[in-house]
Design a protein around this ligand. Sequence first.
Ligand SMILES: *[C@@H]1O[C@H](CO)[C@@H](O)[C@H](O)[C@H]1NC(C)=O
Ligand SMILES: *[C@@H]1O[C@H](CO)[C@@H](O)[C@H](O)[C@H]1NC(C)=O
Length: 262
Amino acid sequence: MGPGIQVFLLLQVLVTLALPEDNGGWVLDRDSPVQEEERCTVDKVDASITYSQFIQQYAYSRPVIIQGITDNVEFQSLCTKQHLVREFGDRQVRLSTANTYSYEKVDVPFQEYVNHLLKPQDLTSLGCDTLYFFGDNNFTEWGSLFEKYTPPPFRIPGTSGAYSFGIAGSGTGVPFHWHGPGYSEVIYGRKRWFLYPPEKTPEFNPNGTTLSWLLDTYPYLSEEERPIECTIRPGEVLYFPDRWWHATLNLDTSVFISTFLG
Ligand SMILES: *[C@@H]1O[C@H](CO)[C@@H](O)[C@H](O)[C@H]1NC(C)=O
Ligand SMILES: *[C@@H]1O[C@H](CO)[C@@H](O)[C@H](O)[C@H]1NC(C)=O
């Protein structure tokens, strides 16, 4: 091995060590065509918020991002690419198409999803042609993982929580839809959120992707037509109230879990 090669290898090692975060072995997409919003317009609070403040100020009225309310360091360590593929690679996962209304389902082994289907969103694909791993989890087979997840502590009276876990490539996301209240947390990667209150139905193609909406519709929205938006990263939890419209966009390969309150 010549000295040139040795210096090159040493530099590679140093670059690898110097990376600020390795995203658990999941691809970070720093050159993604989509980036974070210019201005986050979702309220952000820290873990000092009390349950009664949460109920009075947010639970029934507006979304909020709570920072540092859950400690999922251990869960995160179990969600590295290497660990999940080793533990669950041969298990079937159920994939959904990423459009608003028609949910076609496809079952594949988890490792096939990770190795062949998990990739950045193709700009030319429709939402109905994009397969997405989110929800439809087998809580028996994956129970040993989910029991390590610490959900946000604040509950809405009269509801209980149900988890939906997923992993998806950069540029993917779910287009606008609504349902009951809940939380979303990213374990790896960043996820950009777009929200509208129940009375303000957004303009969107239900068969399109969030990415195509962002590129084709969003730039032409007036100030009043803009959604409330923000990007969450590991350590942050986003709460969305009942019936709020929302669309999501993964800015990196993301591992994420929602707690639906129903
Ligand atoms: C979950 O996995 C178990 C064990 O492999 C299997 O018997 C069961 O049918 C699965 N449940 C669903 C809903 O797929
Ligand atoms: C969406 O796709 C479905 C089936 O693929 C089709 O029936 C429907 O007309 C489409 N809707 C729009 C608004 O393009």
